[in-house]
Design a protein around this ligand. Structure first.
Ligand code: SF4
Length: 258
């Protein structure tokens, strides 16, 4: 399904109640995986089920999830649980991600309380499949210092650090409060007092640093990682993970406004 086909099935009220100004950007955002159909309060019942089914059929993410689930099926969870910081409960893995608990069964089925997007399923399955291990170093590195991070450093800045900076610039207190709801804690020992420590996944802590605008200096956000991050996810997946955090904050800020 392409954005035009999806647009045709939307209520076309152009009311902006879904985080987008009109229905067309909403259709685009859904196709890109940046918005969920449930965000449109006027698309309900059979109409929503019908669109959801068409999206699912043509969704590359669903294909990837099926492929990753097959790979995860062959993994002995008791061999990898400790290494990835997961808990083993009734043969299933329990993984905490941004303040929420996800349960992954031996056949790769994922359950949690509340709504779950395809990106989180992909990340969790990928994290399990990578099966990293080892202690965290507590040495912090930038995204560009990760293995293959240099090549994608400008994407990371554009897709992850820039939007976070805008949230902070717009409303520092609300952004901080959303981060705290996701499990972030303020921390010391960094070159700005606005430093927030957060576990995106059990072995992937980050520190988010924010400098507000000051005289001739523009505001800035820097996200740093434990130097062991490469063992648990590749550089591309890390962008995907932090983009998920950014979307999560955006949705929470939007809901707080309502
Ligand atoms: S809430 Fe629904 S009807 Fe309103 S702009 Fe968004 S997609 Fe269109």
């Amino acid at each position: 399904m392409n954005p035009i086909e999806l647009y045709k099935k939307l209520p076309k009220k152009n009311c902006g109640e879904c985080r987008q100004k009109t229905c067309m950007p909403f259709a685009l955002a859904v196709i890109k995986g940046e918005a969920e159909l449930s965000e449109c309060p006027y698309l309900t019942g059979d109409a929503r089920d019908d669109v959801q089914a068409s999206l699912k059929k043509s969704d590359w993410r669903e294909e990837l999830i099926t492929k990753l689930r097959e790979e995860v099926k062959g993994i002995n969870f008791s061999d990898i649980a400790e290494g990835i910081g997961a808990e083993l409960k009734d043969n299933a893995l329990v993984i905490k991600c941004m303040g929420r608990e996800f349960i992954i069964s031996t056949d790769g089925e994922i359950t949690t309380r509340g709504h779950m997007t395809p990106w989180i399923k992909i990340l969790l399955l990928h994290y399990i499949r990578t099966a990293g291990k080892g202690e965290l170093s507590s040495k912090w590195i930038s995204y560009g210092e990760m293995k293959s991070g240099m090549v994608k450093a400008s994407s990371f800045q554009r897709e992850c650090e820039e939007p976070l900076k805008e949230f902070f610039d717009d409303n520092f207190d609300k952004t901080m409060s959303v981060l705290q709801r996701l499990g972030a804690q303020t921390c010391e020992g960094f070159p700005t007092p606005n430093a927030f420590h957060l576990y995106l996944l059990p072995k992937i802590p980050v520190v988010i640093l924010y400098w507000p605008k000051e005289e001739e200096f523009e505001s800035k956000v820097k996200i740093i990682f434990d130097s062991t991050v490469d063992r648990f996810l590749d550089a591309e997946s890390v962008i995907f993970l932090v983009e998920g955090l950014v979307k999560n904050i955006e949705v929470n800020l939007f809901l707080d406004k309502k």
